[in-house]
Every structure is written in structure tokens, then in C-alpha cells.
Design a protein around this ligand. Structure first.
Ligand SMILES: NC(=O)c1ccc[n+]([C@@H]2O[C@H](COP(=O)([O-])OP(=O)(O)OC[C@H]3O[C@@H](n4cnc5c(N)ncnc54)[C@H](OP(=O)(O)O)[C@@H]3O)[C@@H](O)[C@H]2O)c1
Length: 264
């Protein structure tokens, strides 16, 4: 086993998670690739990381379970003998509802997967470091992947937005609580991928609704995560990697705005 640092990326089988895993590998990190349903996708991520000359181990967990965070950290310990230097909480659920129709079930499921488990993973890392009595010098970090939506509110995707708002507000609180052992930062991407019922045509238009009027590059977002992990001065803050999408206010989610105002 080489001696590079390990990063745990949740939901790393596809899309942004895979991009983040590859960006860390390109920067010299080994990768703990977490997945739930997507074993084949996780194996593709593993092959991509290995092709970059780094190790990649797969971890399976359902992050909607209340004990998932502690169990996932125990898996990391069993696989590598230590906790990862960085945890990127990327996995999330994103289901359509709005402020009037949100159900208790949707609110609680989004909160468990998108908010509680990411926060508890940070706490588990902190607890392990306390037990080890290690001086960390800012080299351990937790990165909560957020969304430009939390800086640019509209009432669509309500349960999702509430879960990410809670996580965004927790960045500073958790940074204060886990200091000086663990740094905690947020990373807010804008629209990068086609999701749910969105059509390709809708996505092609929506992905340009930002100050640069061009699609957001997932690799740029992923590199922000690597930057946070490697920069010990960053703590309790959130990077916004969205071509300035958060500065383009809309009354509805961009997907619905485009659908309601089709191209002439
Ligand atoms: N997509 C965008 O344009 C966009 C925009 C802004 C912010 N973001 C944020 O960026 C991050 C990545 O977005 P994405 O679109 O790439 O994500 P995604 O494809 O919607 O989901 C990533 C992974 O999350 C995992 N996941 C969901 N529920 C889980 C559970 N209960 N337990 C374990 N894993 C679970 C799934 O893993 P399996 O497939 O293995 O089940 C899935 O592959 C998210 O935090 C999202 O909120 C995305």
C-alpha cells in the first residue's frame, strides 16, 4: 500500500462523486469510494482512480440509516487502519416537492441522508482523532457538498433545499465544535447534471443560467474540494463553484423557469 493520504468520497460511483474521486487521485490521494446501489459505477470509479496510479477501495453503506456514519468510519478503519484525512459528503437525495406539498416522510428522509449523516460522519472522525490523541495541524477536513440553491432561494425542491440549508448553517457550527482537530467547510456547486424529469433541451438552456452563460464544469467543482482539503487556512467557510449562478435570482427552480418560458 502506498503512503498517500486517504479521502472518503460518499456517493462516488457517478457524476460529481466520481469527478471528486478522480480529482483527489490526480492530486496524489488514495480514495475510499462509497456507494449504495451502484456497485458497477463504483468499480468504474475504482478503475479510473487506479489508472491514475492511486489506490481505491470500495465501501457500501445506506446513508439513510441512523447508524450509518459510525459504521462507515469503522469500515474505513478496517480497510486502511486509520481514519481518512478528508471526508467529502457528496451523496444526497434530490426529490421534487414544494413548500406546500412537502410530506413528513420526504422531509425526514432528506434530512437523514443529506444533513444528519454528513454531520455525524464529521463527528465520528473527530471522536477517532480525540481517541488517538493526534495533533492534526489542520490536515484533517470535512467538506459538505451543498448547492447554490441555499444562497439563492426558491420554494421548489423544498425538502432538499431545507436539508441543504441546515447543512450550510451547520458548517460554521461544526467547524467551531470540531476545532482544532478537524476543519469543516462547505462547497456549493451550481447546476452541473441533468436530474429527475428534466429533458436534455431544458438542461442545455438551464445550465447557462449563470453569470458566465456557460455550463459549469464538474471538474472545476471537484478541484475546489481538493483545494479545501489541501489548504489548512480554510475553515468554517463555503466555496461557491457555480459560474455565479447564485447571483441570478429566479422565482422558481431553473428547470421550471425554463419549462414555463420556452425558447421562442
Ligand atoms: N447535480 C447537480 O447539478 C447538482 C447541483 C448542485 C448541487 N449538487 C450537489 O452535488 C452533490 C452530487 O450531485 P450529483 O447530482 O452528482 O448526485 P446524485 O447523482 O444525485 O447522487 C449521488 C449519489 O448519492 C448516493 N446516495 C443517495 N442516497 C443515498 C443513501 N441513502 N445512501 C448512500 N448513498 C446514497 C447515490 O449512490 P448509489 O448510486 O450508489 O445509490 C448516488 O449515486 C450532491 O450533494 C448534490 O446535492 C448537485
Amino acid at each position: 500500500m502506498n503512503t498517500a493520504d486517504w479521502v472518503l468520497v460518499t456517493g462516488a460511483a457517478h457524476r460529481l462523486g466520481r469527478e471528486i474521486a478522480q480529482a483527489f487521485a490526480a492530486a496524489g490521494w488514495n480514495v475510499l469510494c462509497h456507494y449504495r446501489m451502484s456497485l458497477a459505477g463504483a468499480q468504474d470509479t475504482q478503475a479510473a482512480v487506479q489508472a491514475l496510479g492511486r489506490e481505491c477501495l470500495l465501501l457500501h453503506a445506506d446513508l439513510a440509516q441512523p447508524d450509518a456514519a459510525e459504521a462507515l468510519l469503522q469500515q474505513c478503519l478496517a480497510l486502511t487502519g486509520a481514519a481518512p484525512r478528508c471526508i467529502v459528503n457528496n451523496a444526497s437525495i434530490f426529490e421534487a416537492d414544494d413548500a406546500r406539498t412537502a410530506s413528513a416522510d420526504a422531509l425526514l428522509r432528506h434530512f437523514q441522508t443529506n444533513t444528519a449523516t454528513p454531520l455525524l460522519l464529521g463527528n465520528a472522525l473527530h471522536r477517532w482523532l480525540l481517541e488517538q490523541k493526534l495533533a492534526t495541524d489542520g490536515h484533517y477536513s470535512v467538506i459538505h457538498v451543498l448547492d447554490q440553491k441555499v444562497h439563492n432561494l426558491n420554494p421548489d425542491y423544498f425538502s432538499y433545499t431545507v436539508s441543504k440549508l441546515a447543512l450550510e448553517r451547520s458548517v460554521a457550527l461544526q467547524a467551531q465544535a470540531l476545532a482544532p482537530l478537524v476543519r469543516v467547510c462547505g462547497l456549493s456547486p451550481g447546476l452541473m447534471y441533468l436530474s429527475g424529469p428534466q429533458t436534455q433541451d431544458n438542461f442545455d438552456q438551464a445550465s447557462r443560467v449563470n453569470l458566465l452563460r456557460q455550463p459549469i464544469a464538474p471538474l472545476d467543482v471537484a478541484r475546489c474540494a481538493v483545494f479545501i482539503a489541501g489548504n489548512a487556512s480554510l475553515n468554517g467557510c463555503t466555496l461557491q463553484a457555480d459560474n455565479g449562478q447564485h447571483l441570478v435570482p429566479l422565482a422558481r427552480d431553473v428547470m421550471f423557469t425554463i419549462a414555463e418560458n420556452p425558447r421562442p
